[in-house]
Design a protein around this ligand. Structure first.
Ligand code: MG
Ligand code: ZN
Length: 365
């Protein structure tokens, strides 16, 4: 009897060890194959404490907890220890430090090519998805070049060059109700894009070039009717882009984590973070099946100087203290999954994404 029990324990130990080794092998296997596609999520303003609060409030594990690798990104801009989303987005998109407020430009005003543009020139399909206006600083950094993030109608003009095969977000007014009287939606249609304005039309579109403008400016908050919609936008973007043989690059932004933190409203922060996590689940499920897709989650900066001063993990409760209604200088998390994921671990400057992505895709700029 005693012997049997001992055998059983040894057997269990063997199973656990084998399981761990298999998991380790799987993890290495996953991080070492060829990188064909990249899906990048930017949680605007999402610091480590925002993620901690999201995990606590959600109680059941987030998709963010499925990532095998993690790291950190330092977010300082060229002219300020505290970056804004324009310089933060430009650093990630173009691999250069610029001044706050500037989109896709070096501090001297010269154009910095973005990862989206370089990859599009190299034959990859490209896409941008955002819950804010698609002309807002974060997505704008990937497609536009402008000295001021507030020039939304000028930024919308950059979509005409076609560097983004798919764009889904708000911002209809910046394309169709413009001071110059142009209807960029009609111009994009002439260039072969399908422009749609509802989720139903987005879903049924069969075009390989798709622009879905789902709000006049920004989309509603998650708590005001947007629940699960980012998930649908993500699913559609992946569906369209993955048809292409040469691979794809897709940036998806959870814009309003930042806005909740500016408002020092923890419920706003966590509801937006948890909603972005649903979209992350869609991307991870695709990547798991596909096997050639790198999924990376990061932020452009931390917002709110958020600290967690108490809570109860069982009850899903957390109490917060915000140190500022602006951004802070804290480094932000990176989570990565798939071929090349190990290259993202460690502490990096926010400019490192650009070269790292090109290297992994084996594309020379
Ligand atoms: Mg943003
Ligand atoms: Zn902000």
């Amino acid at each position: 009897m005693k012997l049997k029990r001992k055998h059983l324990i040894l057997l269990s130990l063997g199973i656990v060890l084998t399981g761990s080794l298999l998991l380790l092998a799987l993890r290495n296997e996953l991080s070492s194959g060829k990188t064909k596609n990249i899906i990048l999520f930017i949680g605007d303003g999402m610091g480590v404490t925002h993620v901690t609060a999201g995990i606590t409030v959600n109680k059941v594990p987030l998709n963010l907890q499925r990532f095998p690798y993690s790291g950190f990104s330092m977010t300082q801009s060229a002219d300020n220890y505290i970056t804004d989303s324009a310089a933060g987005g430009t650093a990630i998109a173009c691999g250069v430090k610029t001044n706050n407020g500037m989109i896709g430009l070096n501090p001297d005003g010269s154009v910095a090519a973005s990862i989206l543009e370089v990859l599009h020139e190299n034959g990859l399909a490209t896409g941008l998805v955002s819950t804010s206006s698609i002309t807002h600083a974060t997505p704008a950094s990937f497609i536009a070049h402008n000295s001021s993030r507030g020039n939304y109608e000028d930024i919308a003009l950059h979509f005409l060059n076609g560097s983004a095969d798919v764009f889904i977000g708000g911002g209809e007014n910046h394309f169709r109700t413009r001071a110059d009287g142009r209807d960029l939606a009609a111009e994009l249609e002439e260039q072969g894009f399908d422009l749609v304005y509802t989720l139903e039309d987005m879903k049924s579109s069969a075009s390989d070039k798709l622009g879905a403008l789902l709000a006049e400016v920004h989309m509603p908050r998650e708590s005001e009717g947007r629940t699960g919609i980012l998930e649908k936008m993500t699913k559609k973007a992946i569906e369209v882009l993955s048809r292409r043989k040469n691979g794809f690059f897709l940036m998806i932004e959870g814009s309003m984590i930042d806005w909740g933190a500016h408002a020092n409203d923890l419920d706003y922060v966590t509801s937006e973070l948890i909603d972005m996590d649903r979209a992350i689940g869609v991307a991870l499920d695709f990547a798991e099946k596909d096997g050639q897709t790198l999924v990376v989650i990061t932020a452009d900066h931390e917002t709110g100087g958020l600290s967690l001063t108490g809570g109860n993990a069982d009850e899903g409760e957390v109490s917060a203290h915000f140190g500022t209604t602006d951004h802070s200088g804290s480094m932000v998390p990176i989570f990565s999954y798939g071929p090349g994921a190990a290259a993202l671990s460690g502490i990096h400057d926010n400019t490192f994404f650009f070269d790292t992505f090109l290297n992994l895709l084996k594309i020379r700029n």
